[in-house]
Each structure stands twice: as structure tokens, then as C-alpha cells.
Design a protein around this ligand. Structure first.
Ligand SMILES: Cc1ncc(C[n+]2csc(CCOP(=O)(O)OP(=O)(O)O)c2C)c(N)n1
Ligand code: SF4
Ligand SMILES: [Mg+2]
Length: 289
């Protein structure tokens, strides 16, 4: 059974690019089976980001595919994103997304989640923030942390490429010490902010630091984070998706870089609160995970 998410307003259909019409006609989310997509279906599905305008081989594009394939209920999900390389992918997916002003994505997501819960009290609505490190940790840090403090029922996924990529390579708080970029030639003077630890101390019930090297691991993390966000409180996933352009790698070297970092800086930090542990155990028992 297909899941009907994406509809073009009939009045605008005539002027829509073919790509958008293709999304409406061919993005089915669950055609062959009565459950959402999974990692195995990535090569055949229009809706799991068939095309994008990022650099060839950009790990952000692969990571978004894994995230989309793991959404438990895509038809009941809203993704809030922010300006950056990530935001270039959203016009190519058939899902409800909101492009917020740079940095305020967690405030926007909080409002959307509250209104959806009020408007649809009998439905589970998932709100997921997906934004870069500049948006999440630098310019939007206050909004990010305040949403944790308020215990909003949202999942925040930071695509941590350790740089302001979309504006040509400035350092962010997430850049490692000593790193030089085109527009940060003197080198980073202090250590990378441990946002995953800040998320834990700011009230997140689930906080991970990982690379996007293993699709199934990313998908599992997304499903767990969304399940906990629904029932317990805010969750955070810090996902290393290196900007291959800014660190001088070619299109086929992103995966190798992530695998290298699995052994080193991205050592799979994982925090789960006791309430979240109980929530996951119950979800597994009921076959929801
Ligand atoms: C309010 C506002 N401030 C600044 C910008 C400029 N801007 C656009 S993209 C970007 C950098 C994004 O960096 P990040 O969030 O790390 O995403 P990436 O491009 O690295 O994926 C900035 C500063 C903007 N568009 N709007
Ligand atoms: S600039 Fe970097 S983050 Fe942006 S699309 Fe290219 S490789 Fe990806
Ligand atoms: Mg970035």
C-alpha cells in the first residue's frame, strides 16, 4: 500500500518541474509492503533521495538517505531543517519539511510539535530537526539547548561536518583544534565542542556521537531516538558527515574517512536515561523496534 504524503496544488501543477511531478507520482514510501522503507530499499526508491545537488560523494547525502529510510511513520513526520548544504536536499524528497531561518530550527520544531499534538491528539506526530553544526551548535545553540531544557518531544540530528560548508569553509565550534580552512587560515585555536555531552547535561534522554559510516547503525539510532522523543523527551544524534570538499578528499573517500574516525574521534558516545531505557525495552517487547 502506498503512503500518500506529497500532493501538488492542482493550480500549480502546470508550472512544476518534472522532478517535482516525479516525486508526486513515484514517491510511494511503502508500496511493496505495508510498512515504511528500510535500508535495503535505498536503491529502488524515488522518495529516499534519488537526486540531489550536493557535491558528488558528499556523506551528508548518504546520511540523509539512511535517516529517511528509518523514519517509523513518514506520513506523520515533519522534518525541520536549516540553511546549509543539508537544506539543498530537501526539495528532492516527498515529505513534509520546513526550512526555518538559520539557527532557530529547534524553536520552530518545538512550536510545530506542540501544535500538532494539540490539533491531532489521537495521532503520533514526529518532529525531527536536521541541521548542520553551524546551525545547531554555533548560531542556534541557544535555541537547541532551550528545547532540551524545556523537554520538548523532538529529535535533533546534527549533520556534523565540522565546518560552515555552504558558505565556503569557515570554522565552527565543532571544528577540531588546529584545523585550517580556506576561510579560516590561522587554524582553530581550541578543541571541538562536545555537543553530545552538552545534550546529555542539558536534559536529552538519548545522546549519541557517531559517524554515518554504517547505514544500519544510523537507521537504528534514528528509530530509537524518535521512539524516545515521542514518549519521554528530547533526543540528540551527532552524526559525523565530513565535508570532503573542505578537507581535500575526492568523491569516493568520504566513507573511508568516516570509518577511520569510527576508531578515533567518533567513538560512539552513547547516553540513555533510565526512562528512555525503559521506553526502548517496552517498544522492543511490543515489536515496535
Ligand atoms: C540568518 C542567517 N545567517 C547566516 C546565514 C548564512 N549561512 C548560510 S549557510 C551557512 C553555514 C551553514 O553551516 P552548517 O550549519 O554547518 O551547514 P553545512 O553547510 O556545513 O552543512 C551560513 C552561515 C543565513 N543564510 N541566514
Ligand atoms: S561543500 Fe562539503 S558538505 Fe557541502 S555538499 Fe560539498 S562536500 Fe558536502
Ligand atoms: Mg557544517
Amino acid at each position: 500500500m502506498a503512503i500518500d504524503i506529497y500532493k501538488i496544488n492542482p493550480e500549480f501543477r502546470e508550472i512544476m518541474p518534472q522532478e517535482i511531478i516525479d516525486l508526486e507520482e513515484n514517491a510511494t514510501w511503502a508500496e511493496k509492503q505495508d510498512k515504511p522503507r528500510g535500508i535495503k530499499e535505498l536503491p529502488q526508491t524515488k522518495e529516499l533521495l534519488e537526486e540531489h545537488s550536493l557535491c558528488a560523494g558528499c556523506p551528508e547525502a548518504a546520511a540523509l538517505r539512511y535517516v529517511l529510510s528509518a523514519l517509523p511513520k513518514p506520513e506523520e513526520t515533519v522534518i525541520v531543517n536549516s540553511t546549509g548544504c543539508t537544506s539543498l536536499m530537501f526539495p528532492h524528497i516527498a515529505l513534509h519539511t520546513v526550512h526555518s531561518l538559520f539557527g532557530n530550527q529547534n524553536a520552530v520544531a518545538s512550536g510545530i510539535k506542540r501544535v500538532l499534538d494539540w490539533r491531532f491528539p489521537n495521532k503520533e506526530k514526529d518532529v525531527v530537526v536536521l541541521a548542520g553544526d553551524g546551525a545547531t551548535v554555533d548560531i542556534g545553540l541557544d535555541y537547541t539547548m532551550q528545547s532540551f531544557f524545556r523537554q520538548e518531544n523532538i529529535t535533533t540530528i546534527c549533520f556534523d561536518n565540522e565546518v560552515y560548508a555552504n558558505t565556503g569553509g569557515q570554522e565552527s565550534g565543532m571544528t577540531p583544534k588546529g584545523q585550517v580552512f580556506k576561510m579560516a587560515p590561522s587554524g582553530k585555536k581550541f578543541e571541538k565542542v562536545k555537543m553530545w555531552e552538552l545534550a546529555t547535561t542539558s536534559g536529552c534522554h538519548y545522546s549519541l556521537n557517531m559517524t554515518a559510516s554504517a547505514p544500519k547503525a544510523v537507521a537504528r539510532a534514528v528509530r530509537e531516538a524518535i521512539t524516545i522523543a515521542r514518549e519521554v523527551g528530547p533526543t540528540y544524534i551527532n552524526l559525523y558527515t565530513p565535508c570532503i570538499l573542505e578537507i581535500g578528499l575526492s568523491a569516493n573517500e568520504g566513507l573511508g574517512e568516516m570509518k577511520e574516525q569510527d576508531k578515533d574521534r567518533f567513538d560512539k558516545y552513547k547516553y540513555i536515561s533510565p526512562e528512555a531505557e525503559a521506553c526502548l525495552a517496552k517498544a522492543k517487547e511490543e515489536g515496535r523496534l
